[in-house]
Design a protein around this ligand. Sequence first.
Ligand code: 3BY
Ligand code: FES
Ligand code: FE
Length: 417
Amino acid sequence: MLQTFASSISSLLDARALGHSLPAGLYTREDVFEADLDVFFRRHWICIGLECDVPEAGDATVIDIGKTSLILLRDDDGQIRVVHNVCRHRGSRLLDAGKTIVSKLVCPYHTWTYELTGELSHAPHMGKGFDKECRSLKPVTLKSIGGLIYICLSEHPPEDIGHLEHVMAERLAPYDVRNAKVAYETDVIEHGNWKLTIENNRECYHCSANHPELCVSFVDLDFGFDPETLSPDDRAQAEEHFELYAKRTEQWENDGYPSAAVEQLVFCSTNFRTQRLIISGAGESQTPDATAASAKLLGSITRKDLGDTHLWGHNSWKHFMGDHAVVSTIIPLSADTTLVRTKWLVHKDAVEGVDYDLEKLTSVWVATTDQDAELVARNHAGVEDPAYIPGPYSPFTETNLDKFATWYIDRMRAHGY
Ligand code: 3BY
Ligand code: FES
Ligand code: FE
């Protein structure tokens, strides 16, 4: 059914009160969803996957973003490419959703055939004068940042991705994500708007009440706290944690592992934050007992005490630890559904059952991801209720949500809304 709205998107943006969650329509309306796809998933850099999603020549995977379908593949020379999944004859889709192995890309309709570079190599019955050269598959602008694939569908990709690239290339180098192995992967469809998914991920206010498994290794204080409302015991514990944190950061940095927080969250195009966080308890990894799940550490790493290098963007969150990494990317499917795709990475030579136990490797983030899906669905249902009024973010634990909402409004404005 055609939805019509009395107020413009612009007036919804105007209605956003600083320090508060967004007006309902920005989370729920179909016209806002279409605008979001265009602004945040076409005109900004997004993370769509990993080099190690396609480890061998001929590996390909299809990623759908709205009506745009992309093929991420590795060509015969080992180069990563992203091309549009649209035949240059009459536009048929080349590949179906999911992963596959191909030697060439052959259109099922009239068999136009493309090399893995995207070049058209075979197009029968097109006549002598037909110029194949100008009918290559449309390439997509991409950057591999330490093995993480970022793309931008705009003809003018924002240049401030350079800062993310500069910061993360160095931080990710020891993990050699490029050559890691995807040990496990899940797709969870959250029944909520993508911005609620991101907001949920940017705070740990909800962690102690909802993530018992994650809280073994994750320090929720790192995401802010109000010293006034902590009990004297908890305050003493917090002080101890931040002293230790400062000490560890200094040690890591002295050992050549950049660790201090770097963020670019407001008044920028490319939104990101990174920091090396302490893992609590046994201190090694986000597992049920905080010890490493994989005996073979990632890349060139030889120690398990390197904490958790987290990285957020506006469509992803990632945690890199000594023994494994967890990488989540999101793709909005509709105003009220969002795909959360999570991958667990280990060293390429790590063998399941020998070097790692899959249950130990995955159980914390499988549980956390399911718990978050439940929270996002509850949040979305409440926001759809006519009784919803935007509420105040905590000035201690939700400052990053306020920054996200401010960035969102600013970016919408910058793109003419
Ligand atoms: O994945 C994250 O970075 C955050 C940490 C706190 C809440 N969420 C799990
Ligand atoms: Fe692809 Fe015709 S549409 S060969
Ligand atoms: Fe959570």
